[in-house]
Design a protein around this ligand. Structure first.
Ligand code: PAF
Length: 288
């Protein structure tokens, strides 16, 4: 990685990003897009690297999207670290950062929404009503604004990637979606902007999510196929951590997210756990 590159160009209006992208396209460059809410970490940067490798003009958006947060959620305290984000991105030769205001994305009178069906209903959809409506709406808007050829998402938000793939297929959005593996800290904690909320003690406890996923994998490989037994094991492991509160421990079909009873084919194990009040999610595919 070189650190010599310049701070990326930041544009805040729809008109300006459209103009930049259009002139890149006229030069025959393909547009790669990484939508983010900022507070960038190695997970985001892995998406940026993938975009840089595959396309000739890379756009990163940084927008903390108010419509995907519930009224009791962390919208106001969500980390906003634009300067540090731009410094990180400078090393990657990103061509443009689109960092619009709330007003630019949701001007007065805004009143159109994207609702994705069944795939958005369980897991995060159940725990965070309205979340995927906000995600699908802002991502479709961003796709319409940036008009990328390819867009990248992380596997940590597995259901989000499925929701976006469903939306793109159903609404004929001309973009290819690519999903990159979850990037983890050395102790296995999935990188997330929300990890910043964890104090040192909670940070230590947060490794239980990855430990539980590894245990599921290990037990399944050792012959335990009954997902009710596996889920019970994971639940008791997580519950033994003081301050850990389970939102869900789910064994589901990786394509449909419907519950599966036996690990007799690839199964997605998905977790949402609050550690001392900080809500974290993680997932892993396990095979028989
Ligand atoms: O994954 C995220 O950071 C957000 O949900 C996204 C896709 C940028 C939409 O706001």
């Amino acid at each position: 990685m070189t650190h010599s590159a310049e701070r990326p160009r930041v544009v805040t209006t729809v008109a300006d990003i459209r103009q930049l992208v259009q002139s890149a396209r006229r030069e025959g460059r393909r547009i790669g897009f990484v939508p983010t809410m900022g507070a960038l970490h190695e997970g985001h940067l892995s998406l940026v690297r993938a975009a840089k490798e595959a396309t000739e003009f890379t756009v990163v958006s940084i927008f903390v999207n108010p419509t995907q947060f519930g009224p009791q959620e962390d919208f106001t305290r969500y980390p906003r670290t634009l300067e540090a984000d731009l410094q990180l991105l400078a090393a990657y030769g990103v061509d443009a950062v689109f960092a619009p205001s709330d007003q630019e994305m949701y001007p007065a009178g805004f009143d159109s929404w994207v609702e994705v069906g069944g795939i958005a209903a369980p897991l995060e959809g159940r725990c965070r009503p309205g979340h995927f409506r906000g995600v699908a709406t802002v991502v479709l808007k961003l796709f319409n604004i940036v008009q990328p050829d390819i867009a990248w998402f992380g596997q940590k938000d597995y259901q989000q990637a499925l929701v976006i793939q469903r939306m793109v297929a159903d609404l004929n959005v001309p973009v290819e979606i690519r999903v990159c593996p979850t990037v983890r800290e050395p102790d296995g904690l999935a990188m997330s902007s929300r990890n910043r909320y964890l104090g040192p003690e909670s940070r230590q406890k947060a490794t239980i999510l990855w430990q539980a996923l590894c245990r599921a994998k290990q037990l399944a490989a050792g012959g335990e196929k009954d997902t009710a037994v596996l889920a019970a094991q994971l639940r008791s492991m997580i519950a033994a951590v003081p301050g850990a509160q389970i939102d869900y421990v789910a064994f589901v079909d990786p394509q449909t997210l419907t519950p599966v009873r036996r690990v007799d084919r690839p199964v997605l194990v998905a977790l949402a756990v609050r550690i001392d009040g900080v809500r974290l999610i993680d997932n892993e595919l396990i095979a028989p």
